[in-house]
Design a protein around this ligand. Structure first.
Ligand code: UDP
Ligand code: MG
Length: 139
């Protein structure tokens, strides 16, 4: 299973803009299957724990405020080479630098409100999936 999953969130800006459907459609069309999914709002504490690796970065406070500002969709996605293929589908962190046709280029509002999260390694895909879902919630 390692290497076949990644973890994503549709972030508050994309949920607010009514883009859950179009983003999930792009995810499915790119060949990812959904193994688990939930709609929820993060507390500040949960958002801070999820992004703990960025604790010392200047944008951390704003990131926590933003990620807890409204509901998100969290999901585990499956596909061969899931982590790298999904990073390619979402595009660069800064949407002005993201390739044409990527999810962030199409839907992100700014470098902070950039529509989606995607895991950056197989190890983090497992850690992030476990942060949101128990084994009983996965298919
Ligand atoms: N972020 C930000 N300002 C920055 C860099 C990142 O607000 O200068 C936010 C943005 O929402 C990003 C998240 O912090 O998605 C995590 O940053 P990371 O460098 O891990 O980018 P990602 O892996 O999401 O592309
Ligand atoms: Mg990252």
């Amino acid at each position: 299973m390692s290497g076949n999953i990644t973890f994503t969130m549709i972030k508050p800006d994309a949920v607010e803009a009514n883009n859950i459907g179009p983003i999930l459609s792009m995810i499915n069309k790119a060949g990812f299957r959904i193994l688990a999914m939930k709609y929820m709002r993060l507390t500040k504490e949960q958002a801070g724990d999820f992004y703990a690796v960025h604790r010392e970065r200047p944008f951390f406070g704003e990131l926590v405020e933003y990620m807890s500002s409204g509901p998100i969709v969290a999901a585990i996605l499956s596909k061969d080479n899931a982590v790298a293929d999904y990073r390619q589908l979402i595009g660069a962190t800064d949407p002005t630098k993201a390739d044409e046709g990527t999810i962030r280029r199409l839907f992100a509002k700014s470098i902070a409100a950039n529509a989606v999260h995607g895991s950056d390694s197989n190890e983090n895909a497992q850690i992030e999936s476990n942060f949101f879902f128990s084994h009983l919630e996965r298919f």
